[in-house]
Design a protein around this ligand. Structure first.
Ligand SMILES: *[C@@H]1O[C@H](CO)[C@@H](O)[C@H](O)[C@H]1NC(C)=O
Ligand SMILES: *[C@@H]1O[C@H](CO)[C@@H](O)[C@H](O)[C@H]1NC(C)=O
Ligand SMILES: *[C@@H]1O[C@H](CO)[C@@H](O)[C@H](O)[C@H]1NC(C)=O
Length: 588
C-alpha cells in the first residue's frame, strides 16, 4: 500500500470522489472558511492547495475553488516532492503533517499553513508545536469558526504567541515573523581568515570587533533583522571543518566563513552564492634563465643542422664553379672550406680577380647568408642578455612531476576534494602533493608567499596576493588559467538545513551584492589588513636577491671562453702535428 495517496484534482472531479459528510450545521463553517480562503487567495496569492489529513471540512471546499489540489491523506513517502512556494497548506488537525519526509518538509517549511482544530484545543499549544517543528507561517481556525469568525495566527516573537484576527478585519493573517527578531540570537561561529573575517579591538570603546567582507555581511544582517549575533568560540582559531560539521549537524545557525562548492552534493546547507570566483592553482612565476645558459639557449640543434647543410651546399657549389669540374671535390675540401666558413661567419675572404659569373652569384648568396646569420645571432644574443628567457612554465598537472614542483594543500581541503570526486583533481599525481595537516599553518605558508610550493586558491584569496605583489619589483606568483578545478565556482555561507530565515539571508546577500557593497569591501580588504597590521604594506621583495638583477659579468660567459680555449689548444695541436708530419715528408 502506498502510504501517500496523491490525487491532483481539478475542480468538479473532486466532488465526485468524496462522500458528503457535512452536516446541516457545517454550512456556516463552510461558508466562512470559503470566504477566508478566497481572502487569502486575494491577499497572499497561492496557486495550489495541499491538504493533509483524512476527510474533513477542507475536502468539501475544493469543489467550490478553482484551484488544483493535492490530497495527502496518509503520512508520507520517501519521494522527494517539490511543492512550489505558492502552495497553501491546509491541515485537518495539528498532527496531520507528522511523519513527513524531511526533504519535502524543508521545501514547504516557509509555506503558509491553515490548521483546523477542535474547539477545546488551545491555540498557544498548537503554535508551540509548530514552532518546535520550525514552521512559523501558521494560522489556526477552530470548529466554531462559522460563528466566531476568529482566526488565531501564530506570532513567534511575542507573548502570547498568537494573535486573534477577525475575518472582517483588515489585519494581515500571515506576517514575516523574522523581519524583526526582537533581539533573538543568531548562533554562529567565526573562522578568522583575513581578509574575509578579521578581529580587532576598537580603540575608543575597547570592544572586540569583526571586520572583513564576510564579517560585515553578518553584522549587517543581524542589524537588519534586529537580532543579536551570538558568536560561539570553541577555540581561538576555529577552522572551517569544525564550523561546517557544526552547521551540518544543526548546532549552529550559520558559519561565518565561506565554503566552495566544487561539486555540490546537496545545497541544503548552503546559502545563495555570496561570490563566484575561479578555483585555480597559484603558480610561481618561472625563474629567468641564468646568463651563463643563454649562449646554450640560442644554439638550437635544428637551426645548427640547417646552417651546416647550407655550409656544405655552398662549399660544393664553390668547389664546382671555380673550375667547372668535380675534380677538387673531396670530403676535406667540403668540410674545411675556408671561403665558405669565413663567408658564413661574416669574415673577409679572398675574392678571385677573374671570377666567372656563376662564382660571383654564389659569392653574393654567401654574403647575403652571412649578413642574415650574423645579425640574427647578434640580435638574439643581445635581447636575451637584456631580458633572459624564462624557464618552462607549468601547463598541466603532469608538469608538476616533470619539473619536480610541489603543490601544497591542507588536509581539510584535500579530504573535501577527494570526497567530491573532483575529476580534474584526480589528474594530480599524489607524489606532487605536500599535505599540510594544520589548516592555519597552511594559510600562514601560503600567505607568506613561500616559494617552495604552488597553492590551490580561490579567486578572492588570489586578489589579496595580487594586491600584495603590486609592491614587488616583479610578481612572484600568478594565477594559472590552465590549472583550474573550476573557472567559476559558487562560494557560499554554510547555513543550517532548517534555518527559518534562510530566504531573508539569501535576499540580504543579493541586496548587498546588488548595491555594490561586497565589491567595495573586497576592493578595500587589503588596505584593511594593512590597517590592522595583519599584512605589511611593503613586504620584502622576494625576488630581489636573484642573480638576474645584477649586470652581466665575465663569469656568466666563462664556459664560452673555456670552449674557445679548448678549441685553440686543439687547433695548435693539429698545427704541430701537421708541421711534424710535413718535416718528415720533406726529409724523406
Ligand atoms: C529590537 O529589539 C529590541 C529588543 O532587543 C526591542 O526593544 C526593539 O524595539 C526592537 N526594535 C525595533 C525597531 O523593533
Ligand atoms: C566518489 O567515488 C567513490 C568511489 O568511487 C564513491 O563511493 C562515492 O560515492 C563518490 N562520491 C561522490 C560524491 O560521487
Ligand atoms: C617555505 O616553507 C618551507 C617548508 O615549510 C620552509 O622550510 C621554508 O623555510 C619556507 N621558506 C620561507 C622563505 O619562508
Amino acid at each position: 500500500m502506498t502510504p501517500l495517496v496523491i490525487l491532483l484534482l481539478c475542480l468538479g472531479q473532486a466532488g465526485a470522489q468524496f462522500p458528503e459528510i457535512s452536516a446541516e450545521s457545517d454550512s456556516d463553517l463552510e461558508e466562512a472558511l470559503l470566504s477566508l480562503i478566497l481572502k487569502l487567495r486575494q491577499d497572499e496569492f497561492f496557486d495550489n492547495l495541499l491538504i493533509y489529513g483524512r476527510d474533513c471540512i477542507f475536502h468539501q471546499l475544493t469543489k467550490s475553488l478553482g484551484v488544483s489540489t493535492v490530497l495527502v491523506t496518509l503520512g508520507s513517502t520517501n519521494f522527494d516532492w517539490a511543492f512550489s512556494s505558492l502552495t497553501l497548506i491546509l491541515c485537518c488537525d495539528d498532527e496531520a503533517e507528522d511523519g513527513e519526509n524531511q526533504r519535502t518538509f524543508m521545501k514547504t517549511q516557509r509555506n503558509r499553513r491553515l490548521i483546523y482544530i477542535e474547539e477545546n484545543m488551545e491555540p498557544e499549544k498548537v503554535c508551540n508545536g509548530y514552532f518546535e517543528d520550525e514552521a512559523y507561517n501558521v494560522a489556526i481556525v477552530k470548529e466554531d469558526f462559522g460563528r466566531s469568525n476568529i482566526i488565531y495566527t501564530c506570532r513567534l516573537f511575542q507573548k502570547p504567541n498568537f494573535e486573534q484576527v477577525s475575518l472582517r478585519e483588515a489585519k494581515p493573517i500571515y506576517i514575516e515573523n523574522f523581519r524583526n527578531m526582537q533581539g533573538s540570537h543568531i548562533r554562529a561561529m567565526r573562522e578568522l581568515m583575513p581578509p574575509r573575517t578579521m578581529a580587532y579591538e576598537d580603540k575608543k570603546t575597547g570592544k572586540k570587533k569583526l571586520i572583513g567582507y564576510v564579517a560585515n555581511l553578518f553584522t549587517n544582517f543581524a542589524q537588519r533583522l534586529n537580532a543579536t549575533l551570538e558568536l560561539y568560540i570553541i577555540q581561538e582559531n576555529s577552522n572551517g571543518r569544525e564550523i561546517l560539521l557544526n552547521v551540518r549537524a544543526g548546532i549552529l545557525d550559520m558559519g561565518m566563513m565561506l565554503e566552495t562548492y566544487v561539486h555540490p552534493k546537496s545545497l541544503d546547507t548552503a546559502s545563495y552564492p555570496y561570490i563566484h570566483a575561479p578555483y585555480c592553482v597559484m603558480l610561481q612565476v618561472p625563474a629567468k634563465l641564468p646568463y651563463n645558459l643563454v649562449y646554450g639557449k640560442i644554439l638550437d640543434p635544428p637551426v645548427l643542422g640547417i646552417l651546416f647543410v647550407l655550409f656544405c651546399i655552398l662549399s660544393v657549389l664553390l668547389i664546382y664553379s671555380r673550375k667547372k669540374s668535380w675534380q677538387d671535390l673531396s670530403l676535406a675540401n667540403v668540410l674545411l672550406n675556408d671561403v665558405s666558413l669565413r663567408g658564413l661567419l661574416g669574415q673577409s675572404f679572398p675574392f678571385p680577380s677573374n671570377a666567372s659569373k656563376h662564382l660571383r652569384l654564389i659569392f653574393i648568396i654567401l654574403c647575403f647568408a652571412s649578413v642574415m646569420l650574423t645579425t640574427m645571432y647578434a640580435a638574439y644574443l643581445q635581447s636575451y642578455f637584456t631580458n633572459p628567457p624564462s624557464e618552462p612554465t607549468i601547463r598541466s598537472f603532469q608538469d608538476f612531476t616533470k619539473f619536480n614542483k610541489k603543490l601544497a594543500i591542507s588536509r581539510f581541503e584535500l579530504d573535501e576534494l577527494r570526497m567530491t570526486n573532483n575529476s580534474r583533481f584526480k589528474d594530480i599525481n599524489e607524489k606532487d602533493l605536500v599535505v599540510i595537516e594544520d589548516s592555519n599553518e597552511f594559510i600562514r605558508i601560503r600567505d607568506s608567499l613561500n616559494q617552495s610550493y604552488s597553492y590551490l586558491v580561490t579567486g578572492d584569496h588570489w586578489s589579496t596576493c595580487e594586491e600584495q605583489q603590486k609592491m614587488f619589483k616583479e610578481p612572484v606568483f600568478y594565477l594559472s588559467n590552465d590549472l583550474c578545478l573550476s573557472h567559476l565556482i559558487p562560494i557560499a555561507i554554510p547555513v543550517r538545513r532548517f534555518l527559518p530565515y534562510r530566504h531573508l539571508f539569501d535576499e540580504h546577500i543579493m541586496s548587498q551584492n546588488e548595491f555594490g557593497l561586497v565589491g567595495y569591501w573586497r576592493a578595500h580588504s587589503f588596505l584593511d589588513m594593512v590597517r590592522l597590521g595583519i599584512r605589511p604594506l611593503v613586504s620584502e621583495d622576494l625576488r630581489q636577491t636573484k642573480t638576474n638583477d645584477k649586470s652581466l659579468i665575465l663569469k656568466d660567459v666563462s664556459w664560452v671562453l673555456e670552449l674557445y680555449l679548448a678549441a685553440m689548444v686543439f687547433s695548435i695541436c693539429c698545427f704541430i702535428l701537421e708541421v711534424l708530419s710535413a718535416r718528415e715528408r720533406f726529409s724523406r
